[in-house]
Design a protein around this ligand. Structure first.
Ligand SMILES: NC(=O)c1ccc[n+]([C@@H]2O[C@H](COP(=O)([O-])OP(=O)(O)OC[C@H]3O[C@@H](n4cnc5c(N)ncnc54)[C@H](OP(=O)(O)O)[C@@H]3O)[C@@H](O)[C@H]2O)c1
Length: 296
């Protein structure tokens, strides 16, 4: 094992931060998990994570949590519990986290953004992450940016599962659109490697994907997993606009016109890690309703 480190993980009660925290605990590190909720502290404790109260938009609350850490992982989110998107809130989370890390002289900051954040996509919740990335790069901190594509986990999300169980996968993209996807556990694995190897990871932006499949392929694999036919249907834009608004619609336009472009073999070579394929993810996945955020 690498030297035992102390790491503050923001988002430890969520998908990405949870995956990073678990990967670090597995490797024997001391993990502090940031949460705004006193009730979630005991859940973190059961995972071997020391829960600490704090809010990414409140710099003073982050100072004690950051004291003495070797590294700080954070993600940001513009999403409310419904599909609402507040990109100003997301920028505030990120810039406050970075300013707090500067104040605490944190040796290494790892931020999770989104693939193609700097691609001029015009998607508000990608542009907000690009803004946070710029703030990080200008901060003088030693940093690494991880940039995941769409999560494989979204197929088990509460807004997706009911349609799958009814035999339909509906997205506003032609069936032949190839979508890059990543297993959330791989975000944790790569972030943990970056944290353990700061000199290798410093200044790098690492885009993360584990598979690239057409919508037809994805429906076929979900069908095999669920043991019932799942038919792919191209969803009308109006439905998406109504449900997810302009932000969501712009994201799907990006998926169908350009899409993520992660070089998966190069990523695997660089980090000595085989990314999870969708079949492998599905083998152990429990596709059942769970509370969770919007995708993207
Ligand atoms: N889903 C996808 O396919 C996908 C792909 C690429 C990128 N992304 C991006 O991933 C992000 C969402 O990540 P996720 O799915 O891991 O999140 P998540 O599961 O929804 O969890 C959100 C986490 O953020 C924490 N949090 C929210 N506001 C906070 C605040 N003000 N201060 C401190 N902590 C705060 C929550 O902690 P507490 O509630 O415990 O305080 C929770 O741990 C979004 O920005 C999205 O754009 C998603």
């Amino acid at each position: 094992m690498a030297e035992r480190m102390t790491i503050l993980v923001a988002g430890a009660t969520g998908q990405q931060g949870g995956s990073v925290a678990r990967a670090l605990v597995r490797r024997g590190h001391r993990v502090r998990g940031l949460t705004r909720s006193a009730e979630k502290i005991k859940d973190l404790k059961a995972l071997g994570i020391e829960g600490v109260r704090g809010d990414l938009t409140d710099k003073a609350s982050l100072a004690p949590a950051l004291r003495g850490v070797d590294a700080f992982f954070f993600m940001t989110t513009p999403f409310g519990p419904d599909f609402s998107v507040d990109v100003e809130k997301e920028v505030l989370q990120g810039t406050t986290a970075i300013d707090a890390a500067v104040g605490a002289h944190v040796p290494h900051v790892v931020m999770s953004s989104v693939a193609s954040a700097d691609g001029g996509t015009g998607i508000p919740h990608f542009e907000s992450k690009a803004e946070v990335e710029r703030h990080l790069k200008a901060s003088g901190l030693r940093y690494t940016v991880t940039r995941p594509v769409a999560f494989m986990e979204m197929y088990g999300s509460p807004w997706m599962l009911p349609q799958l169980q009814a035999g339909v996968l509906a997205q506003p993209m032609p069936a032949s659109t190839r979508q890059q996807i990543v297993a959330v556990r791989d975000i944790g694995e790569i972030a943990a490697r970056a944290i353990e190897n700061p000199s290798k990871a410093a200044g790098k932006t690492v885009e993360l994907a584990g598979d690239a499949l057409t919508m037809t392929d994805i429906a076929a694999r979900l069908s095999a997993k669920l043991g019932r036919p799942v038919r792919y249907v191209e969803q009308p834009d109006e439905e998406v606009l109504q449900r997810m608004g302009e932000d969501g619609m712009r994201m799907f336009r990006f998926f169908r016109e350009k899409g993520y472009r992660v070089d998966i073999p190069a990523l695997e070579r660089e980090w000595g890690y085989r990314m999870t394929r969708f079949d492998e993810y599905l083998k152990d996945a429990r596709l059942e309703p769970r509370p969770g955020p919007a995708w993207g």
